[in-house]
Design a protein around this ligand. Structure first.
Ligand SMILES: *Cc1c(COP(=O)(O)O)cnc(C)c1O
Length: 360
């Protein structure tokens, strides 16, 4: 156990499993008795080669990634993927399609416009993104359909993949990757920065159909070309060694806990505790309509807005931190990723009930 830890509801970088932090601490000083720490070793060493290939093998096992898909460890966050996806996959005379469900989806769409034709296949902007759109209209010559599986800021989430016949699905899974089982075969490409649900900032995972590499144009800068990562097992240049190492520990932690079906059930249980509480009173107002709510980011307001500041202050005094909503949306948000313990959510729920009793 780590002493004096708070319950951390930050949206990202976010809470990591204690077991992982403790193991990383030991190996930070002296990696498995080698006499040097994990941050000090060559990325070309046998030790690191084992670390990155085990991380990939554990990830493949967790998600059931088929052989015909490549796993790439890149950098630059989800935001760099907003550019890399169209640069690599959008050819002249084809159109990138987007489902707009929030700020991050909009950012991906705006970036793609710089590289070719785009089309909005669905949007719920007029409803302030309070729900996930159910219908979707593709353009002609659609190259791919891009969607954001979990909307970190508004707190909405796709239950399943969008129901429309896109030639390829591209998913920004930055805030719910590994929170549940998905069928990778339904996707052309999935990307996610590590710092929300499975690791430290600095590494961004890309899982893509290897066949899609044929689309990459030769004119791309080397480090923005997916083929550079695929051909060199993500070791063309120095990768974020420490971040990849910690992700590997998280993958193993997930496998040891029973894999994605188990974690999905726990995530559901944690989210249900908060949404049941929010729906049981007029004191709090959940932001998203019930069928579209996220299991990762629970967004809400207090009907009397003036109580939101005192709520944050008192929560912090009670050891519950990171509950402030995104500056664009205001209000409150509890990010309850995989590593957020059930006890943390129960403590938050107890605090919320108590706060209502005092101020309601
Ligand atoms: C945080 C986030 C991003 C941006 O990620 P960076 O790694 O900071 O570039 C993109 N998409 C979603 C859904 C996010 O939550």
């Amino acid at each position: 156990m780590i002493e004096n830890r708070l319950y951390n509801f930050n949206p990202g970088p976010a809470v990591l499993p204690e077991d992982v932090l403790l193991e990383a601490r030991a190996n930070l000083l002296n990696y498995r008795g080698s006499g040097i720490g994990i941050m000090e070793m060559s990325h070309r060493s046998k030790d690191f080669e084992a670390i990155i290939s085990e991380a990939e093998a554990d990830l493949r096992a967790l998600l059931g990634i088929p052989e015909e898909y490549s796993v790439l460890f890149t950098t630059g966050g989800g935001s760099t993927q907003f550019s890399m996806v169209p640069m690599n996959l959008l050819r002249p005379n084809t159109t990138a399609n987007f489902i707009l469900t929030g700020v991050w989806a909009e950012a991906a769409y705006e970036e793609a416009k710089k590289f070719g034709r785009t089309h909005v296949a669905a949007t719920s902007k007029e409803e302030k993104y309070r729900r996930i759109p159910t219908e979707c209209l593709l353009s002609e010559n659609c190259a791919y359909l891009h969607f954001t599986s979990n909307n970190t800021i508004v707190g909405s989430q796709f239950r399943t993949e969008p129901a429309c016949d896109a030639p390829e699905l591209v998913c920004d899974a930055s805030s719910d990757f590994l929170s549940r089982r998905i069928d990778v075969r339904k996707y052309g490409l999935i990307y996610s920065g590590a710092q929300k649900n499975f690791g430290p900032a600095g590494v961004t995972l890309v899982i893509m159909k290897t066949a899609l590499l044929e689309r990459c144009p030769d004119s791309l800068p080397l480090m923005l070309d997916y083929r550079t990562y695929a051909k060199n097992k993500s070791l063309y240049n120095t990768p974020p060694v420490f971040a990849i190492y910690v992700c590997g520990l998280v993958f193993r932690w997930l496998r040891q806990r029973g894999g994605l079906d188990v974690i999905e059930k726990q995530n559901r249980q944690k989210a249900d505790i908060l949404y049941t509480l929010l729906d049981s009173t007029k004191f709090y107002e959940p932001f998203v309509s019930p069928e579209s709510r996220s299991t990762m980011n629970v967004t809400f307001r207090i009907s009397n807005r003036e109580l939101e500041q005192p709520f944050l202050k008192e929560a912090e005094a009670a050891g519950l931190i990171g509950l402030k909503g995104h500056r664009l949306l205001g209000g409150l948000r509890a990010s309850i990723y995989n590593a957020c313990p059930l006890e943390g959510v129960e403590a938050l729920a107890a605090f919320m009930r108590e706060f209502e009793k005092k101020r309601g």
